[in-house]
Design a protein around this ligand. Structure first.
Ligand SMILES: Nc1ncnc2c1ncn2[C@@H]1O[C@H](COP(=O)(O)OP(=O)(O)O)[C@@H](O)[C@H]1O
Ligand SMILES: [Mg+2]
Length: 404
Protein backbone atom coordinates (compact mmCIF):
# COMPACT_ATOMS: atom_id res chain seq x y z
CA UNK A 1 0.00 0.00 0.00
CA UNK A 2 1.46 3.30 -1.05
CA UNK A 3 0.39 6.12 1.15
CA UNK A 4 0.43 9.70 -0.02
CA UNK A 5 0.45 10.99 3.53
CA UNK A 6 0.92 9.06 6.74
CA UNK A 7 -2.48 7.44 7.26
CA UNK A 8 -4.30 8.68 10.29
CA UNK A 9 -4.85 6.18 13.08
CA UNK A 10 -8.47 5.97 11.99
CA UNK A 11 -7.48 3.42 9.33
CA UNK A 12 -5.86 0.47 10.99
CA UNK A 13 -2.83 -1.27 9.52
CA UNK A 14 -5.11 -4.27 9.00
CA UNK A 15 -7.60 -2.24 6.97
CA UNK A 16 -4.83 -0.86 4.79
CA UNK A 17 -3.30 -4.29 4.33
CA UNK A 18 -6.68 -5.76 3.39
CA UNK A 19 -7.20 -2.97 0.83
CA UNK A 20 -3.83 -3.71 -0.75
CA UNK A 21 -4.86 -7.32 -1.46
CA UNK A 22 -8.11 -6.40 -3.21
CA UNK A 23 -8.01 -6.07 -6.99
CA UNK A 24 -10.45 -3.23 -7.41
CA UNK A 25 -9.45 0.33 -6.63
CA UNK A 26 -9.87 1.63 -3.05
CA UNK A 27 -8.81 5.08 -1.82
CA UNK A 28 -8.76 6.59 1.64
CA UNK A 29 -9.64 10.27 1.63
CA UNK A 30 -10.56 13.07 3.91
CA UNK A 31 -13.29 15.66 3.71
CA UNK A 32 -11.13 18.01 1.70
CA UNK A 33 -10.68 15.30 -0.96
CA UNK A 34 -7.04 14.78 -0.09
CA UNK A 35 -5.88 11.24 -0.82
CA UNK A 36 -4.27 9.64 2.23
CA UNK A 37 -3.80 6.19 0.80
CA UNK A 38 -4.59 4.26 -2.38
CA UNK A 39 -4.20 0.58 -3.12
CA UNK A 40 -2.23 -0.70 -6.17
CA UNK A 41 -5.41 -1.26 -8.19
CA UNK A 42 -6.36 2.40 -7.68
CA UNK A 43 -2.91 3.55 -8.81
CA UNK A 44 -3.06 1.32 -11.88
CA UNK A 45 -6.51 2.61 -12.89
CA UNK A 46 -5.42 6.22 -12.29
CA UNK A 47 -2.48 5.60 -14.64
CA UNK A 48 -4.83 4.32 -17.31
CA UNK A 49 -7.11 7.33 -17.00
CA UNK A 50 -4.41 9.99 -16.67
CA UNK A 51 -1.00 8.59 -17.59
CA UNK A 52 1.72 9.99 -15.37
CA UNK A 53 -0.77 11.20 -12.77
CA UNK A 54 -1.54 9.94 -9.27
CA UNK A 55 -4.69 8.52 -7.67
CA UNK A 56 -6.09 12.05 -7.42
CA UNK A 57 -7.26 11.51 -11.00
CA UNK A 58 -9.89 9.11 -9.65
CA UNK A 59 -11.09 11.57 -7.03
CA UNK A 60 -11.43 14.20 -9.75
CA UNK A 61 -14.05 11.99 -11.41
CA UNK A 62 -16.50 12.69 -8.59
CA UNK A 63 -18.66 15.70 -9.43
CA UNK A 64 -19.11 18.53 -6.95
CA UNK A 65 -22.75 17.53 -6.50
CA UNK A 66 -21.58 14.01 -5.74
CA UNK A 67 -19.31 15.29 -3.03
CA UNK A 68 -22.01 17.47 -1.58
CA UNK A 69 -24.36 14.47 -1.38
CA UNK A 70 -21.69 12.28 0.21
CA UNK A 71 -20.97 14.94 2.82
CA UNK A 72 -24.65 15.41 3.50
CA UNK A 73 -25.78 11.76 3.53
CA UNK A 74 -22.59 9.87 4.39
CA UNK A 75 -22.72 7.86 1.13
CA UNK A 76 -22.80 8.51 -2.58
CA UNK A 77 -22.73 6.33 -5.64
CA UNK A 78 -22.51 7.25 -9.33
CA UNK A 79 -21.34 6.02 -12.70
CA UNK A 80 -18.94 7.95 -14.93
CA UNK A 81 -17.59 7.40 -18.39
CA UNK A 82 -14.01 8.07 -19.44
CA UNK A 83 -12.02 7.17 -22.55
CA UNK A 84 -10.07 4.42 -20.84
CA UNK A 85 -13.10 2.85 -19.18
CA UNK A 86 -16.61 3.17 -20.64
CA UNK A 87 -18.33 2.58 -17.28
CA UNK A 88 -16.86 3.21 -13.84
CA UNK A 89 -18.97 2.89 -10.73
CA UNK A 90 -17.77 5.31 -7.99
CA UNK A 91 -18.79 4.95 -4.35
CA UNK A 92 -17.97 7.14 -1.39
CA UNK A 93 -18.61 6.01 2.16
CA UNK A 94 -17.99 8.13 5.22
CA UNK A 95 -17.60 6.42 8.58
CA UNK A 96 -20.60 5.49 10.64
CA UNK A 97 -20.45 8.74 12.51
CA UNK A 98 -21.88 11.31 10.11
CA UNK A 99 -19.37 13.86 11.21
CA UNK A 100 -16.44 11.60 10.38
CA UNK A 101 -13.81 13.60 8.54
CA UNK A 102 -12.59 10.63 6.56
CA UNK A 103 -14.05 8.44 3.90
CA UNK A 104 -13.36 5.46 1.69
CA UNK A 105 -13.77 5.64 -2.06
CA UNK A 106 -14.35 2.46 -4.06
CA UNK A 107 -14.15 2.34 -7.84
CA UNK A 108 -15.45 -0.62 -9.83
CA UNK A 109 -14.93 -0.96 -13.56
CA UNK A 110 -18.33 -2.20 -14.74
CA UNK A 111 -17.58 -1.89 -18.46
CA UNK A 112 -17.62 -5.62 -18.89
CA UNK A 113 -20.69 -6.13 -16.81
CA UNK A 114 -24.28 -6.23 -17.84
CA UNK A 115 -25.00 -5.46 -21.44
CA UNK A 116 -21.42 -5.71 -22.56
CA UNK A 117 -20.94 -9.02 -20.88
CA UNK A 118 -24.12 -10.31 -22.47
CA UNK A 119 -23.02 -9.10 -25.91
CA UNK A 120 -19.63 -10.68 -25.41
CA UNK A 121 -21.11 -14.02 -24.43
CA UNK A 122 -23.51 -13.89 -27.36
CA UNK A 123 -20.59 -13.24 -29.71
CA UNK A 124 -18.64 -16.07 -28.16
CA UNK A 125 -21.54 -18.45 -28.73
CA UNK A 126 -21.83 -17.29 -32.35
CA UNK A 127 -18.13 -17.87 -32.91
CA UNK A 128 -18.43 -21.37 -31.46
CA UNK A 129 -21.45 -22.10 -33.63
CA UNK A 130 -19.67 -20.83 -36.74
CA UNK A 131 -16.63 -22.92 -35.98
CA UNK A 132 -18.68 -26.07 -35.73
CA UNK A 133 -20.71 -25.21 -38.85
CA UNK A 134 -17.48 -24.63 -40.73
CA UNK A 135 -16.24 -28.00 -39.53
CA UNK A 136 -19.45 -29.65 -40.75
CA UNK A 137 -19.27 -27.88 -44.11
CA UNK A 138 -15.68 -28.95 -44.50
CA UNK A 139 -16.63 -32.51 -43.76
CA UNK A 140 -19.65 -32.50 -46.08
CA UNK A 141 -17.70 -30.90 -48.94
CA UNK A 142 -15.05 -33.53 -48.36
CA UNK A 143 -17.72 -36.19 -48.57
CA UNK A 144 -19.23 -34.59 -51.68
CA UNK A 145 -15.92 -34.57 -53.51
CA UNK A 146 -15.24 -38.11 -52.34
CA UNK A 147 -18.63 -39.02 -53.77
CA UNK A 148 -17.65 -37.43 -57.10
CA UNK A 149 -14.45 -39.38 -56.99
CA UNK A 150 -15.91 -42.68 -55.88
CA UNK A 151 -16.88 -43.78 -59.39
CA UNK A 152 -13.48 -42.85 -60.75
CA UNK A 153 -11.65 -44.51 -57.91
CA UNK A 154 -13.77 -47.65 -58.24
CA UNK A 155 -12.73 -47.84 -61.88
CA UNK A 156 -9.13 -47.15 -61.00
CA UNK A 157 -9.13 -50.00 -58.50
CA UNK A 158 -11.26 -52.33 -60.65
CA UNK A 159 -8.88 -52.12 -63.56
CA UNK A 160 -5.78 -53.55 -61.81
CA UNK A 161 -7.91 -55.99 -59.85
CA UNK A 162 -9.36 -57.19 -63.19
CA UNK A 163 -6.04 -57.93 -64.79
CA UNK A 164 -4.54 -59.37 -61.61
CA UNK A 165 -7.52 -61.77 -61.57
CA UNK A 166 -7.09 -62.76 -65.22
CA UNK A 167 -3.32 -63.12 -64.70
CA UNK A 168 -4.00 -65.50 -61.84
CA UNK A 169 -6.21 -67.65 -64.10
CA UNK A 170 -3.43 -67.77 -66.71
CA UNK A 171 -0.86 -68.55 -64.03
CA UNK A 172 -3.02 -71.45 -62.93
CA UNK A 173 -2.95 -72.85 -66.49
CA UNK A 174 0.82 -72.37 -66.61
CA UNK A 175 1.25 -74.13 -63.28
CA UNK A 176 -0.85 -77.06 -64.52
CA UNK A 177 1.31 -77.35 -67.67
CA UNK A 178 4.54 -77.19 -65.70
CA UNK A 179 3.34 -79.78 -63.19
CA UNK A 180 2.18 -82.05 -66.04
CA UNK A 181 5.62 -81.86 -67.65
CA UNK A 182 7.33 -82.48 -64.31
CA UNK A 183 5.17 -85.57 -63.86
CA UNK A 184 6.28 -86.82 -67.29
CA UNK A 185 9.95 -86.20 -66.42
CA UNK A 186 9.44 -88.10 -63.19
CA UNK A 187 7.86 -91.08 -65.00
CA UNK A 188 10.68 -91.11 -67.58
CA UNK A 189 13.37 -90.96 -64.92
CA UNK A 190 12.11 -94.12 -63.23
CA UNK A 191 11.23 -96.05 -66.45
CA UNK A 192 13.17 -99.00 -67.88
CA UNK A 193 14.68 -96.87 -70.61
CA UNK A 194 14.85 -93.16 -69.68
CA UNK A 195 16.92 -92.22 -72.75
CA UNK A 196 14.33 -93.81 -75.05
CA UNK A 197 11.68 -91.34 -73.70
CA UNK A 198 13.59 -88.26 -74.83
CA UNK A 199 11.69 -87.67 -78.07
CA UNK A 200 8.32 -88.03 -76.39
CA UNK A 201 9.31 -85.60 -73.64
CA UNK A 202 10.46 -83.02 -76.18
CA UNK A 203 7.11 -83.31 -77.95
CA UNK A 204 5.24 -82.92 -74.66
CA UNK A 205 7.32 -79.86 -73.86
CA UNK A 206 6.40 -78.34 -77.20
CA UNK A 207 2.74 -79.30 -76.87
CA UNK A 208 2.57 -77.65 -73.47
CA UNK A 209 4.14 -74.47 -74.87
CA UNK A 210 6.79 -74.38 -72.14
CA UNK A 211 9.05 -71.94 -73.99
CA UNK A 212 6.22 -69.45 -74.24
CA UNK A 213 5.31 -69.98 -70.58
CA UNK A 214 8.91 -69.41 -69.52
CA UNK A 215 8.93 -66.09 -71.36
CA UNK A 216 5.50 -64.92 -70.21
CA UNK A 217 5.57 -65.98 -66.58
CA UNK A 218 7.93 -63.26 -65.23
CA UNK A 219 5.87 -60.57 -67.03
CA UNK A 220 2.63 -61.84 -65.58
CA UNK A 221 4.06 -61.86 -62.07
CA UNK A 222 5.59 -58.39 -62.47
CA UNK A 223 2.37 -56.92 -63.89
CA UNK A 224 0.29 -58.47 -61.11
CA UNK A 225 2.58 -57.14 -58.44
CA UNK A 226 2.38 -53.64 -59.95
CA UNK A 227 -1.41 -53.92 -60.02
CA UNK A 228 -1.51 -54.74 -56.33
CA UNK A 229 0.91 -51.90 -55.57
CA UNK A 230 -1.30 -49.47 -57.50
CA UNK A 231 -4.38 -50.51 -55.53
CA UNK A 232 -2.45 -50.21 -52.26
CA UNK A 233 -1.31 -46.71 -53.27
CA UNK A 234 -4.81 -45.54 -54.16
CA UNK A 235 -6.19 -46.86 -50.89
CA UNK A 236 -3.36 -45.11 -49.06
CA UNK A 237 -4.10 -41.81 -50.83
CA UNK A 238 -7.80 -42.10 -50.08
CA UNK A 239 -7.12 -42.59 -46.40
CA UNK A 240 -5.81 -39.01 -46.18
CA UNK A 241 -9.24 -37.71 -47.11
CA UNK A 242 -11.32 -39.56 -44.62
CA UNK A 243 -9.75 -37.76 -41.68
CA UNK A 244 -11.33 -34.71 -40.04
CA UNK A 245 -8.74 -32.22 -38.95
CA UNK A 246 -9.95 -30.62 -35.78
CA UNK A 247 -7.55 -31.87 -33.13
CA UNK A 248 -4.69 -32.57 -35.46
CA UNK A 249 -1.48 -30.66 -34.96
CA UNK A 250 0.28 -28.85 -37.76
CA UNK A 251 3.35 -30.79 -38.78
CA UNK A 252 6.08 -30.37 -41.38
CA UNK A 253 4.90 -32.06 -44.57
CA UNK A 254 6.06 -32.63 -48.13
CA UNK A 255 3.54 -30.60 -50.17
CA UNK A 256 4.61 -31.95 -53.55
CA UNK A 257 4.09 -35.49 -52.36
CA UNK A 258 0.62 -34.44 -51.17
CA UNK A 259 -0.08 -32.86 -54.57
CA UNK A 260 1.03 -36.03 -56.36
CA UNK A 261 -1.10 -38.27 -54.13
CA UNK A 262 -4.10 -36.03 -54.71
CA UNK A 263 -3.45 -35.97 -58.43
CA UNK A 264 -3.36 -39.75 -58.34
CA UNK A 265 -6.94 -40.00 -57.14
CA UNK A 266 -8.37 -37.46 -59.61
CA UNK A 267 -6.27 -38.59 -62.52
CA UNK A 268 -8.79 -41.17 -63.66
CA UNK A 269 -11.30 -38.39 -64.33
CA UNK A 270 -8.74 -36.29 -66.14
CA UNK A 271 -6.51 -38.59 -68.09
CA UNK A 272 -8.62 -38.79 -71.24
CA UNK A 273 -8.72 -35.05 -71.85
CA UNK A 274 -5.78 -33.55 -69.99
CA UNK A 275 -2.10 -33.38 -70.76
CA UNK A 276 -0.14 -32.93 -67.56
CA UNK A 277 2.97 -30.81 -67.12
CA UNK A 278 5.01 -30.67 -63.93
CA UNK A 279 7.47 -27.88 -63.26
CA UNK A 280 8.40 -28.69 -59.70
CA UNK A 281 11.11 -26.92 -57.73
CA UNK A 282 11.83 -28.91 -54.60
CA UNK A 283 10.28 -27.43 -51.44
CA UNK A 284 11.29 -27.52 -47.78
CA UNK A 285 8.87 -29.30 -45.42
CA UNK A 286 5.94 -26.96 -44.72
CA UNK A 287 4.23 -26.78 -41.33
CA UNK A 288 0.60 -27.62 -42.08
CA UNK A 289 -2.32 -29.99 -41.73
CA UNK A 290 -1.43 -32.12 -44.74
CA UNK A 291 -4.87 -33.69 -45.17
CA UNK A 292 -6.49 -30.23 -45.29
CA UNK A 293 -3.95 -28.87 -47.76
CA UNK A 294 -4.58 -31.95 -49.90
CA UNK A 295 -8.26 -31.04 -49.79
CA UNK A 296 -7.32 -27.63 -51.25
CA UNK A 297 -5.30 -29.31 -54.02
CA UNK A 298 -8.21 -31.64 -54.70
CA UNK A 299 -10.65 -28.73 -55.12
CA UNK A 300 -8.27 -26.80 -57.39
CA UNK A 301 -7.51 -29.88 -59.53
CA UNK A 302 -11.21 -30.72 -59.87
CA UNK A 303 -11.97 -27.12 -60.89
CA UNK A 304 -9.09 -27.10 -63.38
CA UNK A 305 -10.35 -30.36 -64.90
CA UNK A 306 -13.93 -29.10 -65.05
CA UNK A 307 -12.77 -25.88 -66.75
CA UNK A 308 -11.41 -27.90 -69.67
CA UNK A 309 -14.22 -28.81 -72.04
CA UNK A 310 -12.60 -30.97 -74.72
CA UNK A 311 -8.85 -31.30 -74.44
CA UNK A 312 -6.33 -29.19 -72.60
CA UNK A 313 -3.33 -28.89 -70.35
CA UNK A 314 -2.92 -28.69 -66.60
CA UNK A 315 0.47 -27.46 -65.44
CA UNK A 316 1.62 -27.87 -61.85
CA UNK A 317 4.49 -25.75 -60.58
CA UNK A 318 6.15 -24.93 -57.30
CA UNK A 319 8.67 -22.51 -55.86
CA UNK A 320 9.81 -20.94 -52.63
CA UNK A 321 11.85 -18.28 -50.92
CA UNK A 322 13.20 -18.37 -47.38
CA UNK A 323 9.78 -17.60 -45.85
CA UNK A 324 7.11 -18.97 -48.15
CA UNK A 325 6.39 -21.73 -50.62
CA UNK A 326 3.90 -21.66 -53.48
CA UNK A 327 2.20 -24.25 -55.60
CA UNK A 328 0.32 -23.27 -58.72
CA UNK A 329 -2.25 -25.13 -60.78
CA UNK A 330 -2.71 -23.69 -64.26
CA UNK A 331 -5.35 -24.90 -66.67
CA UNK A 332 -5.95 -24.08 -70.31
CA UNK A 333 -9.69 -24.09 -69.68
CA UNK A 334 -12.56 -21.64 -70.11
CA UNK A 335 -11.16 -18.89 -67.85
CA UNK A 336 -13.06 -16.70 -65.40
CA UNK A 337 -14.95 -13.56 -66.48
CA UNK A 338 -13.87 -10.41 -64.56
CA UNK A 339 -17.34 -9.97 -63.02
CA UNK A 340 -17.11 -13.45 -61.41
CA UNK A 341 -13.67 -12.78 -59.88
CA UNK A 342 -14.88 -11.00 -56.72
CA UNK A 343 -17.27 -13.87 -55.93
CA UNK A 344 -15.02 -16.89 -56.50
CA UNK A 345 -14.46 -17.52 -52.81
CA UNK A 346 -18.05 -16.79 -51.73
CA UNK A 347 -19.77 -19.84 -50.27
CA UNK A 348 -22.26 -21.32 -52.76
CA UNK A 349 -20.99 -19.25 -55.70
CA UNK A 350 -21.04 -21.61 -58.65
CA UNK A 351 -21.50 -21.36 -62.40
CA UNK A 352 -21.90 -25.11 -62.74
CA UNK A 353 -25.14 -27.07 -63.11
CA UNK A 354 -26.76 -28.51 -59.98
CA UNK A 355 -25.14 -31.79 -59.10
CA UNK A 356 -21.82 -30.76 -60.59
CA UNK A 357 -21.00 -27.70 -58.49
CA UNK A 358 -21.71 -26.92 -54.85
CA UNK A 359 -19.90 -23.59 -54.85
CA UNK A 360 -18.15 -24.64 -51.65
CA UNK A 361 -14.81 -25.86 -52.98
CA UNK A 362 -13.08 -22.49 -53.14
CA UNK A 363 -14.79 -21.10 -50.02
CA UNK A 364 -13.53 -24.01 -47.99
CA UNK A 365 -10.10 -23.90 -49.61
CA UNK A 366 -9.90 -20.23 -48.71
CA UNK A 367 -10.72 -21.04 -45.09
CA UNK A 368 -8.10 -23.76 -44.91
CA UNK A 369 -5.38 -21.60 -46.44
CA UNK A 370 -6.28 -18.62 -44.21
CA UNK A 371 -6.04 -20.87 -41.17
CA UNK A 372 -2.51 -21.64 -42.32
CA UNK A 373 -1.76 -17.89 -42.61
CA UNK A 374 -1.43 -18.24 -46.37
CA UNK A 375 -3.32 -16.95 -49.39
CA UNK A 376 -4.69 -18.05 -52.77
CA UNK A 377 -3.88 -15.86 -55.78
CA UNK A 378 -5.90 -16.11 -58.97
CA UNK A 379 -5.13 -14.93 -62.47
CA UNK A 380 -7.34 -15.76 -65.39
CA UNK A 381 -8.20 -14.86 -68.94
CA UNK A 382 -11.47 -15.85 -70.54
CA UNK A 383 -10.85 -18.38 -73.29
CA UNK A 384 -7.23 -18.95 -72.28
CA UNK A 385 -7.31 -20.44 -68.79
CA UNK A 386 -6.66 -19.77 -65.14
CA UNK A 387 -3.92 -20.07 -62.56
CA UNK A 388 -4.63 -20.68 -58.88
CA UNK A 389 -1.56 -20.17 -56.72
CA UNK A 390 -1.51 -21.35 -53.11
CA UNK A 391 1.06 -19.47 -51.02
CA UNK A 392 1.90 -20.80 -47.56
CA UNK A 393 4.40 -19.78 -44.90
CA UNK A 394 7.01 -22.46 -44.20
CA UNK A 395 6.58 -21.97 -40.46
CA UNK A 396 3.40 -20.97 -38.66
CA UNK A 397 3.65 -17.83 -36.51
CA UNK A 398 4.47 -18.81 -32.93
CA UNK A 399 2.31 -16.30 -31.08
CA UNK A 400 -1.24 -15.05 -31.27
CA UNK A 401 -4.46 -16.85 -32.00
CA UNK A 402 -4.93 -18.73 -35.23
CA UNK A 403 -6.98 -16.84 -37.78
CA UNK A 404 -10.39 -18.34 -38.35
N1 LIG B 1 -10.02 -23.23 -62.83
C1 LIG B 1 -11.16 -22.58 -63.02
N2 LIG B 1 -11.50 -22.14 -64.25
C2 LIG B 1 -12.64 -21.47 -64.44
N3 LIG B 1 -13.55 -21.16 -63.49
C3 LIG B 1 -13.27 -21.56 -62.25
C4 LIG B 1 -12.07 -22.29 -61.93
N4 LIG B 1 -12.06 -22.53 -60.61
C5 LIG B 1 -13.19 -22.00 -60.11
N5 LIG B 1 -13.92 -21.43 -61.09
C6 LIG B 1 -15.21 -20.74 -60.93
O1 LIG B 1 -15.45 -20.55 -59.54
C7 LIG B 1 -16.70 -21.13 -59.17
C8 LIG B 1 -16.62 -21.63 -57.75
O2 LIG B 1 -15.75 -22.71 -57.63
P1 LIG B 1 -15.92 -23.70 -56.42
O3 LIG B 1 -15.98 -22.91 -55.17
O4 LIG B 1 -14.89 -24.76 -56.52
O5 LIG B 1 -17.36 -24.30 -56.63
P2 LIG B 1 -17.86 -25.33 -57.75
O6 LIG B 1 -16.67 -25.92 -58.40
O7 LIG B 1 -18.63 -26.33 -56.95
O8 LIG B 1 -18.70 -24.52 -58.67
C9 LIG B 1 -16.92 -22.20 -60.22
O9 LIG B 1 -18.28 -22.52 -60.35
C10 LIG B 1 -16.36 -21.55 -61.47
O10 LIG B 1 -17.28 -20.64 -62.01
MG1 LIG C 1 -15.11 -26.79 -57.29
Amino acid sequence: MNSTHAPPALWSEDALWAASTIDFPILFLDKSRTVHAANPAARALAQRIAPGGGPEALVALVSDEGWATALRQGDWQGVVQVDAAPALSLEIHFGHARDSAHCVMVVVDISERGERKRQYEELQRTVDRLASTQEQLLQSEKMASIGQLAAGVAHEINNPIGYVGSNLATLQDYATALLTLMEKYHEALFSEDPAGQREELLQARQRLDIDYIAGDLPNLLKESREGIERVTKIVQDLKDFSRVGRDQKMQPADLLQGLDSTLNIVWNDLKYKVRLEKHYTSLPPVECLASEINQVFLNLLLNAGQAIEQRGTIALASGCDEREVWISITDSGCGIPPEAMPHLFDPFFTTKPIGRGTGLGLAISYGIVAKHHGRIEVTSKVGQGSTFRVVLPIHQPRTGATAA
